[in-house]
Design a protein around this ligand. Structure first.
Ligand code: BDP
Length: 596
């Protein structure tokens, strides 16, 4: 039984982290299953979980290893947990996993950036050692997201070729828990808010694995004082004079859900929630009915040695840097981040545009370098599209199920820079949006980011989006350096074109940036220097003031990050406002002045 609830501990729910040193082995010929590796790995090595082998090795073949690989871990379940449902919960396994307990397959999961849990109760032995084995695969194709292809090198090694601009880090990069839950359990709950006359109404909907239960729902304020209580699995709570959640005052209430059977409590789940509304009205984004201008970043989960591994010290440092600079928002480009990111955002008062890993839906191994033309590769006419769509929808559902209660999440991004100028692309995304729009009880805005070239004339996807998000590189990939005067003209021409369409929708710049070496200073400035990064951003900001429908600026990127190797990247993508070590480049001080 799946559940999107983050693990918590109380009288009814027990969990323990399984992180640490695991066994690991690559399986380049995919012989493991036939040879019984699900029972015993023949020649394993120690590997940290969470961790990513690509960043821990000194060998190129290992760094770029593409294919099947295995993890194994022996664990113990004490008999005092008998009678409960026992699960293993993975924060994520990138990109797909098959899970075995004591040799038996107990579950599988597609998608490398969302959690899943598998029930193992029927396969474990209490008070004895048990063995967890996971067969992982990190290959890229056009049938799953993110998209890519693969090549075979002359030595027979497979090599993933991402259609996207970040390193294809893989493995078990987030926490793994052992959960012991009551057999009758709460599996999720959904909330949505209405504000009127100084009263907030919280509509809730509880999901559980048993119909024959009753509920008690209690809302407490931050100091644990009782605000409101009710029963039933679906209903409403009212809060007079609500203390609303907002970036400058991220006030959190506590909601407690108790599930009862025969008047006896059988399960309890507590969460912190923020009361706020978010909607788009005309060309404004309204938070608690007040317009809000988004200031911040497109980010990555990325750090030296760790790759995309969840590490709360990095999360904390990133939020401290974002607070220092005066940002209020980031986009989880290009995949849903680890759940801990959202918990911090709720507490720090950050707004998140939450993005599904639909990146690289454009047939080009260097799609991020092809930004200037609207290459019509007819990606969405391929035979594999129905399969892709199913995976895409499944991941949207898992993302919304997981993140819908976070007050920090203000919008869902369903794509990043796909092919967007063909009739097939419209048909594909019309289905994606129709599907997604049924899922969020809060009906937050839905969006996606449009690649350069998908302008007011050519683009076919903006009509689907509640917020139009533009990724633009005038002054970098096009008309850079001495041509920046032309870049300015081009940007204005494009914005005039959008203005003429009178869409009456908010626009957010979700990407604009210039690669910048922290070591390079030049006068007059040249591309790659810190001075050029300043000039580039100033050019955009001067223009933004002229177009009132621009309601946000999320610069690309928060920090320098690792990509595939290539002639366009020196050690990775250098568009960070901060270095990969999270120290400010000059532009950070310019943005700080602007945003504060
Ligand atoms: C954007 C891509 C992003 C790249 C960026 C860049 O969506 O993934 O990292 O270009 O080139 O268009 O910096």
């Amino acid at each position: 039984m799946e559940s999107a609830l983050y693990p918590i501990q109380n009288k009814y729910r027990f969990n323990t982290l399984m992180n640490g040193s695991w066994q690991f082995e690559t399986d380049p010929d995919s012989i493991g299953l036939k040879e019984g590796w699900n029972k015993e790995l023949p020649d394993p090595e120690a590997m940290p979980v969470p961790g990513t082998f690509a960043k821990l090795t000194t060998k190129r073949e290992r760094k770029y290893y593409t294919g099947d690989f295995w993890y194994q871990k022996d664990f113990f379940v004490p008999s005092f947990l008998q009678g409960r449902d026992i699960f293993i919960r993975f924060g994520s396994v990138t990109h797909r996993a098959k899970v075995f307990i004591n040799g038996h397959e107990v579950g599988q999961h597609e998608g490398g950036f969302l959690p899943f849990q598998v029930k193992i109760s029927d396969y474990i032995q209490f008070d004895q050692s048990n063995r967890l084995t996971i067969l992982v695969n990190n290959e890229l194709s056009e049938k799953t997201i993110p998209c890519g292809t693969e090549t075979v090198l002359s030595n027979g090694q497979k090599l993933a070729q991402p259609y996207f601009d970040f390193f294809n880090y893989s493995g078990i990069m987030r926490n793994v828990w052992l959960l012991a839950l009551p057999q009758i359990q709460i599996t999720n709950f959904k909330l949505d808010y209405q504000l009127s006359n100084n009263t907030a109404t919280i509509n809730y909907q509880i999901e559980s694995n048993d119909n024959d239960t009753e509920f008690k729902i209690t809302l407490l304020d931050h100091e644990e004082a009782l605000i409101s209580t009710t029963s039933k699995d679906t209903g409403r709570l009212t809060v007079k004079n609500p203390h609303l959640w907002q970036p400058s005052d991220p006030y959190l209430y506590k909601i407690k859900i108790e599930m009862l059977q025969n008047a006896k409590i059988v399960d309890e789940y507590i969460d912190q929630i923020g009361i706020r509304t978010i909607k788009v009205v005309n060309d404004k984004i309204l938070l608690n009915n007040q317009p809000i201008y988004l200031k911040g970043f497109g980010k990555h989960e990325d750090f030296n040695i760790l790759g995309k591994v969840t590490n709360e010290s990095i999360i904390k440092r990133d939020y401290e840097c974002m607070k220092w600079i005066g940002a209020n928002c980031f986009r989880s480009s290009h995949y849903p981040y680890a759940e801990e990111w959202y918990q911090y955002a709720d507490k720090y008062g950050f707004l998140i545009i939450d993005e599904v890993p639909a990146v690289g839906l454009n047939r080009s191994v260097t799609n991020f370098l092809n930004v200037t033309n609207s290459n019509q590769s007819h990606f969405f006419a391929a035979k594999t599209v129905p399969q892709l769509k199913q995976v895409h929808q499944q991941e949207i559902k898992e993302m919304i199920d997981r993140d819908q209660r976070h007050p920090s999440v203000i919008a869902w991004s369903l794509f990043n820079e796909p092919e967007s100028t063909t009739p097939e692309s419209y048909d594909y995304f019309q289905d994606i949006f129709t599907y997604a729009k049924k899922l969020d009880p809060q009906k937050r805005p839905y969006t996606g980011t449009l690649v350069m070239g998908s302008g007011p004339k050519a683009d076919r996807l903006h009509s689907l989006c509640d917020i139009v998000c533009l990724n633009r590189y005038y002054g970098w990939y096009v008309a850079g350096g001495p041509e920046i005067v032309n870049a300015k003209r081009m940007l204005m021409d494009e914005l005039n074109g959008w203005q003429d369409l009178k869409l009456n929708k908010p626009f957010v710049f979700t990407k604009f940036g210039a690669d910048t070496l922290a070591s390079l200073h030049q006068l007059p400035d040249e591309m790659w220097s810190q001075e050029y990064q300043n000039e580039y951003y100033q050019m955009y900001f001067d223009i933004f003031k002229k177009y009132p429908f621009i309601q946000g600026e999320l610069v690309w990127n928060f920090a320098d990050f690792k990509t595939s190797e290539g002639i366009m990247r020196v050690g990775g993508n250098a568009k960070g406002v901060f270095t990969r070590e999270r120290e400010p480049k000059d532009i950070a001080f310019v943005l700080r002045k602007r945003w504060r």
